[in-house]
Design a protein around this ligand. Structure first.
Ligand SMILES: [Mg+2]
Length: 189
């Protein structure tokens, strides 16, 4: 199958890296940063809406490249999917700046090998371009907006369960990690 895999929240742990970088900058906020349970980041950081400038501009290189980590065992899970014959495309929405860092981060973390090739499609704006405009057999995503867009377009989707999409009420398959996703792929083959 041609699978579209989202990056942040699915393979890259954006939220933990953001929190780590934030607390380095604002150590006195340690007890004030709340666990991120909704999509709107400004609700969880004491600097409010400035968190967007902090994350996507000021500290973008640290958060999206230098200190960014993948969730545990992601490499193995993706490799197993490739070995099982699936074609992986990272389909992600980024700013111009974070898109550049994301490409480098993916190349560093998932190096090209003859048995593990992947593609990357970076969309620059959710309002101008939607994931549902791209044709894949299956999509895995954590963003409530993307999942809703894909669901409306009648795409085959899997939700990566995260606290920030727990309220999303769609009759779709949910997984907790990419290993569960791999198991699901084996079942539907
Ligand atoms: Mg995401």
């Amino acid at each position: 199958m041609n699978i579209a895999i989202d990056v942040d929240g699915v393979v890259r742990n954006f939220v933990d890296t953001l929190t780590e970088v934030y607390l380095e900058e604002y150590p006195l906020h340690r007890d004030l940063v709340k666990p991120i349970t909704e999509w709107e980041l400004e609700k969880f950081f004491p600097i409010g809406k400035h968190i967007y400038n902090f994350a996507f501009k000021q500290k973008a290189e640290e958060i999206f490249l230098l200190k960014a980590k993948s969730y545990p065992y992601v490499y193995t899970a993706l490799l197993n999917l490739t070995i099982a014959g699936h074609k992986i495309t990272f389909l992600t929405i980024q700013t111009k700046k974070t898109g550049k860092y994301t490409e480098s981060w993916l190349e560093l973390n998932f190096p090209f090998q003859h048995y593990f090739k992947w593609d990357l499609i970076t969309l620059v704006s959710r309002s101008k371009d939607k994931k549902s405009n791209y044709d894949f057999d299956l999509y895995i995503d954590d963003s409530p907006d993307n999942l809703q867009d894909l669901y409306k377009a009648k795409k085959h989707i899997v939700c990566m369960s995260r606290p920030w999409n727990s309220k999303l009420d769609l009759p779709i398959k949910r997984v907790n990690n990419l290993f569960e996703f791999g198991k699901y792929m084996e079942k539907i083959q």
